[in-house]
Design a protein around this ligand. Structure first.
Ligand code: PEP
Length: 255
């Protein structure tokens, strides 16, 4: 049985003071939940302080990016050992905003993935097609390209340690969610690719999250799909009530 994992990507939001407040609110709301993996990914500047808030709680901590080298002359960058020391367990890699605005490629995602695994971090690898690609009938080609090339050279043993997030770019921050059937179709395709690459047993163990305008009102029908094992949440993760409700709606314990 794959564990459902709900992760919040705070993006470039929340000062440290605001981040502490949000993390405290989530801790208060979610302390009873023990059947869902809960992850929050604050901006780098707030990780240290948020780590103190969530220490020994049921909320895991992640970063939104890393460089692939451990250290060196890479002005403005942050490495896997740096975030690991602060208490991060997860790192988001290859988010569409990084691919779009910061020229991230499958090749750099792959290098970052190797660094994350070397340092014992769980990478959340994002893949997804743009609206133009979907409308041009290229969704499955794009997903195949993202999955196979971002995971190039990974062993089945390491593949079991990663999370994939399917995030159709046209659904991110737009209020347009993929229908549960649209999302399931791509998730099943990804599971098939993972089977080709790593074998069935490994593919069945990998958590595949959906991301794109996830809200308390649409999470249940998404999570009920066979191959949807959680969510990567942007906008709705910035608010205690909405993120908590998303998590609770996936939990057998509810409120
Ligand atoms: C995201 O950026 O990962 C995301 C899914 O954003 P939103 O939930 O706001 O669409």
């Amino acid at each position: 049985m794959r564990k459902v994992i709900i992760a919040g990507n705070w993006k470039m939001n929340k000062t440290t003071t605001e981040a502490i407040e949000l993390a405290n609110g989530l801790k208060r709301e979610l302390y009873k939940i023990d059947d869902i993996g809960i992850v929050i990914c604050p901006p780098f500047t707030a990780i240290d302080e948020v780590a103190e808030v969530v220490y020994e709680s049921n909320i895991g901590l992640g970063a939104q990016n890393i460089h692939w080298e451990d250290a060196g002359a890479f002005t403005g960058e942050v490495s896997a050992p740096m975030i690991k020391e602060l208490g991060c367990v997860y790192v988001i890699l290859g988010h569409s905003e990084r691919r779009q605005y910061f020229h991230e490629t499958n090749e750099t995602v792959d290098k970052k993935l190797k660094s994350a695994l070397k340092h014992g971090l769980t990478p959340i690898v994002c893949v997804g097609e743009s609206l133009e690609e979907r409308e041009g009938g290229r969704t499955f080609d794009v997903i195949r390209d993202h999955v196979t090339n971002s995971l190039e050279g990974l062993t089945p043993e390491d593949a079991k340690k990663i999370i994939i997030a399917y995030e159709p770019v046209w659904a991110i921050g737009t209020g347009k969610t993929a229908t549960p059937e649209q999302a399931q179709e791509v998730h099943a395709f990804i599971r098939g690719l993972l089977t080709e690459l790593f074998g069935r047993e490994t593919a069945e163990e990998i958590t595949i999250q959906y991301g794109g305008s996830v809200k308390p009102g649409n999470i249940v029908e998404l999570i009920n799909q066979k191959d949807i094992d959680g969510a990567l949440v942007g906008g709705a993760s910035l608010d205690v009530k909405s993120f908590s409700e998303i998590v609770k709606n996936c939990s057998r314990k509810g409120a």
